[in-house]
Design a protein around this ligand. Structure first.
Ligand SMILES: Cc1cc2nc3c(=O)[nH]c(=O)nc-3n(C[C@H](O)[C@H](O)[C@H](O)COP(=O)(O)O)c2cc1C
Length: 447
């Protein structure tokens, strides 16, 4: 399932469930001979670990990383790197009473509609435990994105908004404003005492980022960041720069004018036309309140029967603190992926290996597209058969070939090559659709 993979130029696959044996990540395409940043990974996993303060889940996991492959004597070998963290403190018993009950706010109901099976043990792969893979992978690419730095910090918890930032004000909640710190603690304490949870807003600065990252038109940097960040459980919205405030601005206020020193303001959040400007990339994320709460809620079970539910597992009062290292990791992965590609675009560090690697990727994409094409062709074959439609449609074929030849000319691709590939595809389609059995009925190979 492609949904467990990340990256166009970096190959990252995550695996594992909350209450399974382990969660982990497989990293491919990391160059050989690089110092493997084990202590960096350990540091980042420690930041994500549950049980670090009393508003975090009290699940007692050491989250110790184990390297299964791809590293020798502290250096990468160029082979796939497999990292795992074994689950130690999974108490599936906490979830036993919820075996067949859909927990409000969780992925239970929607995933059950999709997969027709419910991993009732702490949400399975929908659990935040899956993010260990992202954090570990994000630490591995930290060096690759230097000198760019990513920092996420909370600016709102519940109704409490941070005021002036005071550099050097450190605390377990990463809250930068001493004047509202007590109010935040209060909000968390009261919420926890009520058996409830609370949401918040995270702000992120990406500094030291070169201009020119991001690709027209579907690979825009803001679009790629949004996709990566919204893939984190509990992240529900994103804005860049002045964001939703732009609705109330006039163009004369929102445009980032320039002088000889550069941009005078940064309402765009460091990205214009999907490409980084060299200014700090600023974005904000809204994080929903933790779904698991110990207050009574209404729901239904697998048979559709109404149920009352109280969730007794160990959960975060506010997810936001646990999500910080995950957000930073995902941004690093996006940047590393964009940078790998950028080096090819600009010719920077261009070498035969990089160019061959790029070509191999494209060939792989073509194979995947062919696989998808065959699947659709078979579906069409079945449809045609069931509806008594002939396999061959000469009129459509002729029209299609003309369209493709026109496109080939426009894009300056060898027309003969396009024609030959298309003819091969067409005869493969016919082969896949003719003489097939659908149920107990066989299609007519002469069609
Ligand atoms: C690091 C991390 C930890 C999480 N911990 C919890 C938790 O303890 N309890 C909970 O209800 N949700 C937790 N979540 C959020 C759920 O995974 C998420 O809300 C759920 O899968 C539904 O997805 P959605 O909110 O994106 O729709 C956590 C998410 C992350 C990223």
């Amino acid at each position: 399932m492609n949904g467990n993979k990340y990256g166009r130029w970096l190959g990252i696959s995550g695996f594992g469930e909350s209450h399974g044996r382990a969660v982990g990540v497989l990293l491919e395409d990391i160059k050989p001979g690089i110092l493997f940043p084990l202590s960096e990974i350990e540091h980042e996993l420690e930041r994500r670990r549950p049980g670090r303060h009393k508003y975090s889940s009290q699940r007692n996991e050491s989250d110790r990383i184990q390297i299964l492959s791809g590293v020798i004597e502290g250096k990468t070998t160029g082979m796939p790197i497999c990292l795992v963290v074994y689950n130690e403190d999974q108490r599936s018993g906490d979830y036993e009473s919820l075996r067949e009950i859909f927990r409000p706010g969780h992925a239970d109901w929607s995933w059950f509609q999709k997969f027709k099976i419910l991993d009732w043990r702490g949400g399975g792969r929908a659990s935040g435990r899956e993010t260990i893979a992202r954090v570990a992978a994000g630490a591995v690419v930290k060096e690759l994105i230097a000198p760019a730095k990513v920092e996420a910090y909370p600016v709102q918890i519940g109704k409490v908004k941070a005021g002036e930032f005071q550099p050097g004000f450190t605390n377990q909640l990463f809250w930068h404003d001493p004047s509202t710190y007590d109010a935040v603690l209060n909000e968390l304490m009261e919420t926890k005492a009520a058996g409830d949870s609370v949401g918040g807003i995270l702000e992120v600065d990406i500094s030291g980022l070169q201009a020119g990252l991001g690709d027209p038109v579907f690979g825009k940097l803001d679009a790629r960041l949004a996709e990566a960040l919204l893939s984190i459980g509990g992240v529900k919205g994103i804005e860049f720069g002045a964001g939703f405030k732009l609705a109330g601005f006039h163009g004369s206020q929102s445009n980032d004018q320039m002088n000889a020193d550069g941009f005078i303001s940064n309402n765009s959040g460091g990205i214009l036309g999907g490409v980084s400007t060299g200014s700090v990339v600023k974005l904000r994320l809204v994080i929903k309140p933790t779904s698991s709460i110990s207050m009574k809620q209404e729901t239904i079970d697998i048979s559709g029967k109404e149920q009352e539910i109280t969730i007794n597992g160990r959960h975060d009062t506010c997810l936001l603190f646990r999500i910080i290292p995950v957000v930073e990791a995902m941004i690093r992965l996006v940047l590393a992926d964009c940078l790998s590609y950028q080096k090819l675009v600009t010719g920077e560090n261009r070498n035969l290996n990089d160019m061959r690697e790029a070509l191999d990727r494209i060939d792989e994409d073509i194979l995947l597209a062919l696989k998808r094409r065959s699947e659709i062709v078979k579906l069409i074959g079945e449809y045609k058969f069931l509806n008594g439609i002939r396999v061959k449609d000469e009129g459509r074929e002729k029209q299609l070939l003309t369209n493709l030849e026109e496109k080939a000319q426009l894009w300056e691709i060898n027309q003969g090559l396009v024609r030959n590939i298309w003819r091969e595809l067409l005869s493969e389609s016919c082969r896949l659709q003719e003489g097939k059995e659908y149920g107990n009925i066989k299609s007519d190979p002469r069609e």
